[in-house]
Design a protein around this ligand. Sequence first.
Ligand code: BG6
Length: 255
Amino acid sequence: EFIKEVTGIKVLEKQLKDKLNLDYAVVVPGDSDNLDWVKSEMGKACVNYLKDQLIPRQTIGITGGTTMAAVAEMMTPFQDADKCLYVPARGGLGERVENQANTICAEMAKKAKGNYRLLYVPDPLSEDSYKTIIEEPSIKEVLEIIRKAGIIIHGVGDAVMMAERRKTSAEQLRLIKSREAVGEAFGYYFNQKGEIVHKVRTVGLQLEDLKHAEHVIAVAGGRSKAQAIASYFKPGQSNVLITDEGAAKELIRGI
Ligand code: BG6
């Protein structure tokens, strides 16, 4: 029975790798929609992957979210990669404090015995504030560090759920719905075809910056997120996916 399960998981990983054009895929057993510990297992899988990839003094950009919080929870010091620097990929994105990239970033650095820099910028930003803020020397310095991050780790969310969680204005929520957004990552909203249909204006990592990172790791699971994950991967911005069986099976069925 156990062997059968392991083989099943391996097959799912291979199928995902091929379908989403990934360098690496991890599927943990279970569905995080129903069981919280499955999210922790994704966190653990992410930390294991990092163990093999991280080098000393590397910069790691991370986003917020409950899945990223699970990654932080599982973080341990890396023997072969000390003095790494953890930075939030973007501003606050309107999340509760425990789900914000800044909070998770500090937590990760603490557990990994690394360093961190934070980004104190509200969002969304008006066009005028945006222009002024990016010229602020202290912000500029952190932004440059973020743009050069070699590893990015991020969550992917269901579009409407994320918009609501961020207390998006009624007007923007209508827009997100009318443009049929299904997925969200880094404050970008994607429709089923993978087109960007909305974007939260804020400082930090922009989608085009992902090209410069060596590893872009998406950590997202749960059957309910399958469509969101598929939409985000259509343009293919990340090369690693850490997910669960719930999302993986649905993704394979749907794509
Ligand atoms: C947010 C990220 O903080 O977390 C989003 O900025 C992501 O890009 C979201 O979609 C995912 O959240 P969760 O709680 O489902 O892991």
